[in-house]
Design a protein around this ligand. Structure first.
Ligand code: ATP
Length: 298
């Protein structure tokens, strides 16, 4: 196996050790099916006697290079074996990572009202490090369970419109009579620290973000397992009046039609929050392993 490797390496490299004669080279002809190996037995003895050039010397150099015989793999001292292999290959083995660190991601999580966006993101933050959830600014009144600066930045309508004027928001929209917008500064700050960014937006916001960020961000659409399950969840949440309930359900019916504009769909089924969060994590992991990384610029 070692011989096979070395022969293959040598035929790919510029190294021409003395024993590596035209006789051998001609036997190492390449075919479409791959490398055709020479009769190794025939050359084994010559190979074992062969002396390789060290990395900083070339054939024809007046100063003869130090020679390093390759010890048998089964019994060799590892350091000695590595030195010999490096000398044979003409350069030392590098410990540098073979892939670049992944870029920070912008992950846009969207879906109909009541599908569980907040619940999924809350759990994701508990189980995964290195994620910054961007706190959205809103002119909506705070619900009793919500915390200012954690769930949203609750601001007066006038203040929100001033932020728009100062171009401080990546996107904003009027949702059910209230403004919601994403502060740019938070994204810049945390991306520069290497954090992945999670944005929670409604479908309308996701469409706007897609037009701004294109494919530089990852778009995830969260759905319930059925419309019935979604209605059940909204009713159980006890935050809706009859009117807002009707609007949210009618809107949800329209929103599902926008599924095609997203990169991934995640089902957040009743009692299966953990599975939904795991799938979101898997998507993030897969995105981190992409050869062509997304490169968002805000
Ligand atoms: N997998 C699940 N199983 C059961 N209940 C869930 C699940 N996911 C979320 N819920 C519950 O459903 C309700 C709605 O969830 P949540 O508030 O997270 O939805 P949302 O998409 O953020 O809604 P909105 O857009 O209106 O703010 C909450 O009471 C939440 O605890």
């Amino acid at each position: 196996m070692l011989f096979r490797r070395i022969f293959t390496s040598l035929t790919h490299s510029n190294i021409q050790p003395p024993f590596f004669s035209s006789e051998i080279s001609s036997r190492l002809a390449f075919t479409n099916a791959g490398v055709r190996l020479p009769d190794l037995n025939q050359f084994r003895l010559r190979f074992q006697r062969a002396q390789f050039l060290s990395s900083n010397c070339r054939m024809g150099d007046a100063r003869r290079p130090p020679t390093v015989p390759i010890p048998p793999v089964a019994t060799a001292d590892k350091a000695e074996l590595f030195r010999a292999l490096e000398a044979a290959l003409g350069s030392s083995f590098k410990a540098d990572p073979l892939s670049q660190p992944a870029n920070p991601l912008i992950i846009v999580i969207s879906g109909p009202s009541g599908v569980g966006k907040d619940a999924v993101i809350k759990r994701l933050r508990e189980v995964r490090e290195g994620i910054h959830f961007v706190v959205t600014a809103t002119s909506r009144a705070k619900r009793p369970v919500e915390v200012d600066g954690k769930d949203y930045y609750f601001v007066a309508k006038e203040e929100f419109l001033s932020m728009v004027e100062r171009n401080e928001l990546l996107e904003y929209a009027l949702v059910y009579g209230d403004y919601k917008g994403i502060p740019k500064q938070q994204i810049r700050e945390f991306m520069s620290k290497g954090f992945d960014i999670v944005l929670r937006v409604d479908i309308q916001g996701a469409a706007t973000l897609r037009s701004i960020l294109g494919n530089s961000a990852v778009f995830i659409f969260l759905v319930a397992e059925s419309e019935l399950a979604l209605v059940q969840r909204l009713v159980d949440r006890k935050t809706e009046t009859t009117e807002t309930l009707l609007v949210r359900i009618a809107t949800a019916r329209e929103e599902v039609k926008h599924l095609q504009d997203f990169d991934y769909v995640v089902v957040n089924a009743e009692g299966k929050l953990e599975s939904a969060v795991k799938l979101v994590e898997s998507i993030i992991d897969a995105e981190k392993a992409r050869v062509r990384q997304r490169s968002p610029v805000i």
